[in-house]
Design a binder for this molecule. Structure first.
Ligand code: NAD
Length: 338
């Protein structure tokens, strides 16, 4: 890539898209097009000197407009959220297949050299995730397919588009299966937030209101691994530019498995508080256990995401606390970042 080659990031008003643009700007890329369906004032981050477009990428013509002249495309747009969202809104999740259908074709027609797709660990067979002490998931565990209803199946189909655009049309595609990403500038309230942000916010709220109780979704024994946002954007760059990984799904996550109960304890320690735990067994809880097997990524890239959760959660907690305080004080959220 030359520094003035045009990079397109879709889903740019969201968590990972915003962070990825910041990463490319810092690396010295001068021509970046950022596209999202949300109106600009609602984007999580806005980075200076970037062409920001508000377009609904479910529409083919908008994908064509977005892809025009792009040398590389990073497709991060999806209608998604944490378990609370993807278990309740499966149809919305499935509809992201429209974005992925039109976007890859538009990129191909625009002559794009590399195309990145953000897949998910939700594409894995759920039958392998029924025990909190499950073994870590390796890439081949997606088949025989039994993906998460809605969201996971959409990701599997869209992965297949990437594989076939390489097999039939020789467009270089990259596919990363993200495992729970967290960090500053992520969704932290409103119903689409994921466990680390939700737990931090609940601890902050409990401290602020003096109601020393926390509601935990499920029995708290569920396990996951959580990847810090800086590892995620670095991993995207590495996977996109690895010629030994073309059209090959690869895990992008940490292999540090932690239970939700332990995640709560960590957030309590950071907040300097101990809360009474109430378990909501009717709340969405997702699979019982999930972890990333990083054997393949280490072999192919000599690298894996490795920010420990105890480190990444500190900055995440502090950022959410700042957002919480600012909102309470009636201050506007700062969205223009460098
Ligand atoms: P996000 O919700 O913060 O960002 C996604 C963005 O896509 C949003 O800003 C949304 O407005 C935009 N979008 C939705 N529909 C659109 C449309 N029709 N046209 C244009 N834009 C549209 O999510 P994120 O956490 O940044 O996730 C980015 C990608 O990574 C998604 O594909 C997601 O499925 C995948 N992923 C994320 C995680 C995670 O833990 N965050 C885990 C696995 C996979």
């Amino acid at each position: 890539m030359k520094n003035n080659d045009l990079i397109l990031v879709t889903g740019a008003g969201g968590f990972i898209g915003g962070a990825l643009i910041r990463y490319f700007r810092k690396k010295g890329f001068t021509r970046i097009r950022a596209v999202d369906k949300k109106p600009l004032p609602m984007w999580y981050q806005r980075i200076p000197d970037v062409e920001n477009l508000c377009l609904d990428l479910c529409e083919k013509d908008n994908c064509v407009k977005a892809a025009e002249g792009a040398v590389e495309v990073y497709q991060l747009a999806a209608d998604m959220g944490g378990m609370g969202f993807i278990e309740r809104f499966r149809i919305e999740c499935l509809r992201s297949v429209l974005i992925n259908t039109h976007m890859i074709e538009a990129a191909y027609r625009a002559g794009c050299q590399r195309y990145f797709f953000s897949s998910s660990a939700c594409a894995y067979n759920v039958k392998l995730q029924e025990d909190p002490n499950c073994r870590a998931l390796k890439e081949s565990d997606a088949y025989p397919a039994y993906a998460e209803r809605g969201y996971g199946w959409e990701k599997l189909i869209s992965e297949m588009f990437c594989q076939e655009y390489w097999a039939e049309r020789k467009m270089r595609t990259a596919i990363a299966r993200f495992h729970n990403v967290y960090g500053p500038w992520g969704t932290w309230d409103g119903g689409r937030e994921k466990a680390p942000a939700a737990i931090c916010r609940k601890v902050i709220e409990a401290k602020d209101t003096g109601n020393k109780e926390i509601v935990i979704w499920g029995d708290g024994h569920q396990t996951r691994s959580f990847m810090y946002i800086d590892d995620c954007v670095l991993g995207i760059d590495k996977i996109m530019h690895a010629d030994n990984l073309i059209a090959t799904p690869v895990n992008l996550g940490t292999s540090e498995m932690i239970s939700i109960n332990d995640l709560v304890s960590l957030a309590e320690t950071i907040g300097g508080v101990k809360l009474k735990r109430r378990y909501d067994l009717n709340a969405p809880r997702g699979v019982a256990g999930r972890n990333s097997d990083n054997t393949f990524i280490k072999k192919m890239l000599g690298w894996e995401p490795d920010t420990p959760i105890r480190k990444g959660l500190v900055t995440t907690y502090q950022w959410i606390e700042q957002q919480y305080d600012d909102r309470k004080a009636g201050k506007e959220t700062v969205r223009d970042t460098i």
